[in-house]
Unconditional design. Structure first.
Lengths: 106, 466
C-alpha cells in the first residue's frame, strides 16, 4: 500500500517502545493531515536493531523532504496491531520515496 | 449499449425459441485483453452459452416481457456489455397450464412456498422423488433443445481447494464451463418470486455433469451467482460468524468476492484501495476514499469482508446501514431493537463493485481461453494458477485500460462521498462498516536479522562507509 503526501511532523519516542513516527499532509503548507480510513494516519518505523539500517537510510529522506517541502511516497503495510492515538491509525513503513518539487510519482 | 433485439422461432407444442441480442455475439468478437482497443474473434466452441428457461408462464407474451426485462438488465452491467460479443443468449418458452405453485403442477414442477412469493430452497431440484426427477428430465430436455450449446466442462481432477472454501472442487468438477442457465419463474401472486442459485445435475448415468442455474427473481443477481461464482455480500443474520477459509493457492478458478482474512497480504482487491493503484487521500473532515477497503459481511456477519459498500451482489436481509451498533443504526426500531429482515438495501441493480467486475472479467476471459498462451501447462489446475499470476503481472493493467477503472473508481468515490447514511445524516466515511486491512503477521521485511549486539553492528556499518 502506498500513500503520497508532504511530511508534516517527525517524532521519536523511546519510552516503552522505540519508534519513529511521522505524519503526512495533503498540501505543502497546511495542517491537512492525511487520513487512512476515518482517522489521521501515523506512519512508523521500529528503531530496534533489526530495522536500524533501514531507519538510518530513511530518516534523512524524511527530514530533507520536510525541510524542502518535497512530496514523499510512503510504502506501508496494513494497520498495525498497536496505535498511537486511536485504533487502526498506525502503519509500519517499509519504504520511502522522495521526489523533487514539480514532478509526480508514477 | 448492446443490441436488445429478440427474435422468435415457433416450435411444436406451443414452444417458442428466442435468440436475444444476436448482433452482439454473432461475429464472436470480444475485446483483446492483450491489446486494449482491439478485438479478437474467438472460436465457436469457446462461446459462453446462456439459456433462459421459464416455469409457470401461461402466456408467451409474459415470458417475452420477462426476457426483455432480463436482457436490458443484463446489458446494463458494464462487464456484460463490454464482453457481449462472446456471450450467446437464447431462451425457450414452454407453456405451463398453470403458474408455479406449492402443488408443483407447472411445466417444470418448480416448487413454490405456500404464499407463492418465493421458490422453495429445500433441494427439491435434487430430490430423487418423482417430481424431482421429472423436473430434471424436463429441464435438461429443454437445455438440450439447443443442440449446439457448449458442452465443455471442468475436468474431474480439477483441484481448487477444500470443501470449506467459497469455491470448491465439488462446485467445479464436471461443471459445464461455458454454459449457464437462468430460470425464470412465475407464480399466481408474484411476477418475480424470490429465488436462489444452485446446480442442476443431469439424470443418471450422467449425474456428475451439472450446470449452474440462477432461479427466480433478481435475475441478474442470481445469474451472476451462477455464472461468475460470486457470493452474496449482504449480512443474513446479525452476529452470525464465518466458518469458511480463503483458498491457499491463488487461481483464477478459486477467486472470490469475499475474504475471510483481514490481513493486507490476503486481500486480493487491495489494488483498488486508496493505497492501491489509484492513490487517493483525504484529510480533516473531507470524505475519506472508501473503495477497496474491507466492508463487513458476506452471507454472515463476523469474519468476512467484501470490497465496497454497494454492489449488485449485495442486498437487504439484515444489513446495517451505517453502524454495527445496532440500536444506533437507522435500521433499528424506535425502541432500539431490530426486526429481522429489515436491513439496509445496499444492492445496485445496474453495477458491480469493481472487484466483482474484475472477477467476472476473469471468468469470461478464462472460459474463452483468452488467458491461455503457448507453453502454458496442459492441466487445468496449473493453468488457473499460471493465469492468475499472469493477470497480476501483465494483464490487469490492460483490464484497467479497457474498463477505464481509474474513472470508475473516481465515480464511485464521488458517489460514496455524497452519502450520509447515518441516523443523523453522518457521512459514510465515518461508518464502522468498513475497516483498513491489518498488517501482515511478519511485518515489513528487514534487511538483516536481529543481532545480539546491535551497537557493534551499527558501528560496523558506519565503519564500512568510506
Amino acid at each position: 500500500m502506498d500513500t503520497v503526501g508532504y511530511v508534516g511532523t517527525v517524532e521519536v519516542e523511546t519510552a516503552g517502545t522505540a519508534r519513529l513516527w511521522f505524519g503526512l499532509t495533503e498540501s505543502k503548507d497546511t495542517a491537512d493531515w492525511i487520513k487512512i480510513g476515518s482517522v489521521r494516519a501515523w506512519f512508523t518505523m521500529n528503531l530496534e536493531a533489526a530495522d536500524r539500517l533501514f531507519f538510518l537510510a530513511e530518516l534523512p529522506l524524511l527530514m530533507e523532504a520536510m525541510r524542502s517541502g518535497l512530496q514523499v511516497e510512503v510504502s506501508q503495510g496494513g494497520a498495525a496491531s498497536f496505535h498511537k492515538r486511536t485504533p487502526n491509525d498506525s502503519f509500519e513503513v517499509d519504504g520511502v520515496r522522495v521526489l523533487r518539487s514539480g514532478m509526480i510519482f508514477s | 449499449m448492446a443490441n436488445l433485439s429478440i427474435v422468435e422461432t415457433p416450435l411444436a407444442g406451443g414452444k417458442i425459441r428466442y435468440t436475444l441480442g444476436q448482433p452482439n455475439w454473432e461475429d464472436r468478437r470480444m475485446p483483446d485483453i492483450r491489446r486494449p482497443g482491439s478485438t479478437v474473434q474467438i472460436e465457436e466452441q469457446r462461446l459462453i452459452d446462456v439459456i433462459i428457461l421459464g416455469d409457470g408462464f401461461t402466456a408467451a407474451s409474459d415470458f417475452r416481457d420477462a426476457l426483455e426485462n432480463w436482457l436490458s438488465n443484463f446489458y446494463a452491467i458494464k462487464v456484460y456489455d463490454v464482453f457481449a460479443g462472446c456471450i450467446r443468449i437464447r431462451a425457450l418458452y414452454t407453456p405451463s397450464t398453470q403458474p408455479a405453485s406449492a402443488n408443483r403442477a407447472s411445466y417444470y414442477r418448480c416448487r413454490m412456498s405456500d404464499d407463492g412469493c418465493s421458490i422453495d430452497k429445500d433441494d427439491w431440484w435434487k430430490a430423487n422423488d418423482a417430481d424431482g426427477m421429472a423436473f430434471r428430465e424436463a429441464f435438461w430436455e429443454s437445455v438440450d433443445t439447443f443442440a449446439d450449446a457448449n458442452p465443455r466442462r471442468y475436468p474431474l481432477d480439477l483441484e481448487v481447494g477444500s470443501s470449506n472454501q467459497t469455491i470448491t472442487n465439488d462446485r467445479l468438477r464436471d461443471l459445464y464451463r461455458n454454459l449457464v442457465v437462468s430460470f425464470l419463474v412465475r407464480s399466481a401472486v408474484d411476477e418475480h418470486p424470490s429465488g436462489f442459485t444452485s446446480d442442476v445435475s443431469r439424470p443418471a448415468p450422467d449425474q456428475s455433469r451439472h450446470v449452474r442455474v440462477g432461479f427466480g427473481a433478481n435475475e441478474i443477481h442470481e445469474f451472476s451467482h451462477a455464472f461468475g461464482l460470486l457470493s452474496d455480500e449482504y449480512i443474513n443474520g446479525r452476529g452470525t460468524t464465518n466458518t469458511r477459509v480463503d483458498p491457499t493457492t491463488p487461481s483464477v478458478f478459486s477467486l472470490s468476492n469475499l475474504r475471510y482474512s483481514n490481513r493486507v497480504d490476503n486481500v486480493p482487491w487491495i489494488h483498488l484501495s486508496p493505497c492501491g493503484w489509484q492513490e487517493r487521500t483525504a484529510s480533516g473532515q473531507e470524505p475519506s476514499p472508501l473503495v477497496g477497503w474491507l466492508w463487513v459481511g458476506g452471507s454472515v456477519h463476523v469474519g468476512v469482508w467484501h470490497s465496497e459498500y454497494r454492489c449488485l451482489m449485495n442486498g437487504n436481509h439484515d444489513n446495517f446501514q451505517f453502524t454495527q451498533v445496532a440500536a444506533e443504526d437507522p435500521t433499528a426500531n424506535e425502541d432500539g431493537t431490530y426486526t429481522e429482515e429489515n436491513g439496509a438495501g445496499l444492492r445496485d441493480t445496474d453495477r458491480f463493485c469493481l472487484w466483482c467486475q474484475e472477477i467476472v472479467s476473469l471468468r469470461i476471459l478464462e472460459k474463452t481461453d483468452q488467458l491461455l498462451e503457448e507453453g502454458d501447462p496442459a492441466d487445468v489446475t496449473s493453468q488457473g494458477i499460471t493465469w492468475y499470476a499472469r493477470w497480476l503481472e501483465r494483464l490487469r493493467s490492460n483490464y484497467y485500460q479497457l474498463f477505464d477503472v481509474a474513472q470508475q473508481i473516481a465515480d464511485a468515490e464521488a458517489r460514496y462521498a455524497g452519502l450520509t447514511p447515518g441516523r443523523n445524516k453522518e457521512p459514510l466515511w465515518q461508518s464502522d462498516l468498513y475497516s483498513i486491512p491489518k498488517a501482515a503477521v511478519a511485518g515489513p521485511a528487514s534487511p538483516v536479522p536481529p543481532l545480539p549486539d546491535d551497537e557493534v553492528f551499527v558501528l560496523t556499518g558506519f565503519a564500512a562507509i568510506p
